[in-house]
Design a binder for this molecule. Structure first.
Ligand code: PRX
Length: 654
């Protein structure tokens, strides 16, 4: 494996503009430079102080950290409840009338949910779950659109000490059943559907299909979002229960169940380098501390801010920075159901103007999609309330950074480019607004207490100016505790490449000033619109189609989505390689995994370049994919491609 040398990174690092903090901002900033010094002096003492000050414990912890590499236990001996920390204590402190979420449905319907409302709703939902048989330790799968019942369901689970596993609503029935089975979930919480691009999008049929193969599921709780608009929401007697028939009749109080610091809070499945998604394990106290503290520092969140993270709650960004971090900080957040282009590209900017959003957190792919439409949509709205902007999910190219800065941030709002992963739970590399001088395209420095480094193939730190692999060298409170049910895979995936270090799977460079620049994945994981998709997972979906003999998938560059999925497919003898077959294969992948995993282009080819040992030479395929502007459709391999493939096959190892 080698870190790819990408010329655009060299160009990007030559970007000379720097953006020092505005002194007026610095004077009021939550984050101050001594944080770095305190954390470096003694990182355990640093996190212990914060855990005592910031979290409400029903039993104080005794030991800050038990570290038996690679297994960490934080705040051992302590007991607490996440739902209490995110809701009850704020109501007890007089913040019951403060808005927790301004929710905006895609069709334009809205709901305002205060912390007092949230307490009552979460308590009722928790009581309903209990009536359905959910107890501490039982796993609950959640498969929902972006409606208020989604965070309510998560918090209701946390209130009972029942771990949840949220499956993004865009995933297929098959992906859902795989996750339910791995987690051995007892209950599914879902909805009849949601609104997407102006149309109702049903969800329950996928649940019904998934549940044909999930022996552990006993009950299904269904929110009525579409109502009459759902053409088919059959309810199975004895198994399926409407939310509005069981939740509203529950008492609005439900004592939070105290759990140990290391109690499983949730599982979140993410793609690795094999076909089987990994259930990333996140536990209670360390996760809540890591997410809430980073949220307050990195976004400079103040009591009167209106914070909008435009991700879907189904991804880790939503878990950490829409639900747990912000609510633990008693933040007012915006929750939007739909897409940025519905009814047109001014939708987001209208929301910012209407709700006077002060902090916006989104992904480079969304910024590039807005850029492509032109600045007129943003310029047509009053965005002067925005004072901090965030970016996450993939490297942000300087053009997108500068566009965001100018057209969204009015040339003044600091931009925080935040690097982290499902596994890290919290932001790990980021500027601190008011403290860090930023460079467009660089995620800058590790967060206080985080020890990140760039190492060569032997694990030695590279000198300033050099590139290599990104590693993390000490435990942090929100870190994954493992892969569910598979400690060996956990050790092997993250801790075996460089002994004693966490290998993130990303390449990175450090410039002459010590700034970190992320270079993207160095493994067989693609990043499409900020979503992690494994090449192997798409390949195995393709070969599960009866017409396919062999498939190889690579990520090619894409101006909007960062990477695009390009598939090379050899069909079985006797099968006609037609364009229609290409379309069918793309649909097949959407059904097997999700529409987000659909290859942008499929090349039906008679041959694949392989090494003598039979390994597919992906680098060559990437060259072919990138060298030829492959369209959105199926491309039949022509003589030149076959020639290139033939000429190069067997020449070098990938
Ligand atoms: O490659 C990195 C990229 O996204 C990966 C993690 O994906 P996921 O677990 O889905 O979490 C995404 C949201 C936290 C990383 O290994 N990535 C994430 N943020 C950045 C990034 N790459 C460059 N810059 C970032 N700010």
């Amino acid at each position: 494996m080698s870190v790819e040398q990408r010329p655009e990174i060299e160009a990007l690092m030559a970007e000379s503009r720097t953006f020092p903090p505005d002194p007026a901002f610095s004077a009021r900033a939550n984050a101050q430079p001594p944080l770095y010094e305190e954390a470096e002096r003694d990182f355990e003492a640093f996190w212990a102080r914060l855990a005592r000050e910031r979290l409400s414990w029903s039993k104080p912890f005794e030991t800050t950290l038990e570290w038996e590499l690679p297994f960490a236990k934080w705040f051992v001996g302590g007991e607490l409840n996440v739902s209490y920390n995110c809701i009850d204590r704020h109501v007890e402190n007089g913040l019951g009338d403060k808005v927790a979420y301004h929710w905006i449905g895609e069709p334009g319907d809205t709901r305002t949910i205060t912390y007092a409302d949230l307490l009552a709703e979460v308590s009722r939902a928790a009581n309903a779950l209990r009536e359905l048989g959910v107890e501490k330790g039982d796993r609950v799968a959640i498969y929902m659109p972006m409606i208020p019942e989604l965070p309510i369901a998560m918090l209701a689970c946390a209130r009972l000490g029942a771990p949840h596993t949220v499956v993004f609503g865009g995933f297929s029935a098959e992906a859902l059943s795989g996750r339910i089975n791995d987690a051995e979930a007892k209950v599914v919480i879902t909805a009849d559907g949601g609104w997407r691009r102006g149309k109702p999008a049903e969800l329950k049929p996928a649940v019904d299909e998934a549940l044909r193969e999930t022996p552990t599921i006993e009950k299904v709780l269904v929110v009525r979002r579409l109502g009459d608009r759902a053409t088919q929401c059959p309810m199975q007697a004895g198994r399926d229960v409407w939310w509005d028939e069981i939740v509203p009749r529950q008492p609005p109080d439900c004592p939070p169940v105290p759990v140990e610091s290391e109690h499983l809070l949730y599982l979140l499945y993410t793609s690795g380098t094999t076909a089987k998604p990994k259930g990333i394990v996140h536990t209670t106290a360390g996760y809540l501390l890591g997410t809430s503290f980073t949220h307050e520092m990195i976004f400079d969140v103040k009591p009167d801010d209106v914070y909008w993270c435009a991700a879907d709650v189904g991804w880790v960004t939503g878990h950490s920075y829409i639900v747990y971090g912000p609510l633990a900080n008693a933040t007012t957040g915006v929750l939007y159901e739909g897409t940025p282009d519905t009814p047109d590209w001014s939708r987001w900017w209208q929301i910012v103007e209407d709700y006077k959003v002060t902090i916006l957190y989104t992904a480079p792919t969304a910024i590039r999609a807005h850029m492509k439409q032109g600045p007129q949509y943003a310029e047509g709205h009053d965005l002067s309330s925005l004072r901090v902007l965030g970016s996450v999910g993939e490297p942000i190219n300087p053009e997108a950074w500068l566009w965001y800065h100018e057209h969204v941030g009015g040339g003044t709002a600091p931009i925080v480019d935040t690097w982290w992963q499902t596994e890290t739970g919290m932001i790990m590399i980021t500027p601190l607004p008011g403290v860090t001088t930023t460079k467009p395209g660089s995620a800058t420095f590790p967060f206080p207490g985080v020890d990140a480094d760039v190492v060569d193939g032997e694990g030695n730190p590279v000198p300033l100016g050099g590139g290599g692999y990104l590693v993390l060298k000490r435990p942090w409170p929100a870190m994954l505790r493992g892969i569910y049910g598979d400690p060996e895979r956990y050790r092997e995936t993250y801790w075996s490449r460089f002994p004693g270090m966490y290998f993130a799977g990303d390449g990175a460079k450090r410039d002459g000033d010590g700034y970190l620049w992320l270079l993207g994945r160095v493994d067989d994981v693609m990043n499409v619109s900020g979503h992690r998709i494994s090449t192997t997972e798409v390949e195995s979906a393709l070969v599960s189609h009866p017409a396919v003999a062999e498939a190889a998938v690579v990520g090619g560059s894409d101006a909007v989505t960062g990477q695009a999925i390009i598939a090379f497919v050899i069909v079985k003898v006797g099968i006609e390689p037609t364009k229609e077959l290409g379309t069918e294969l793309r649909e097949h992948v959407a059904t097997k995994i999700s529409p987000i995993a659909k290859p942008k282009s499929i090349m039906l080819t008679p041959d694949l370049p392989k090494t003598r040992s039979g390994k597919i030479m992906r680098r060559l395929l990437r060259d072919i994919a990138e060298g030829r502007a492959l369209g959105d459709t199926t491309t039949l391999a022509d003589a030149t491609v076959v020639e290139t493939i033939r000429q190069n096959s067997g020449k070098s190892e990938d």
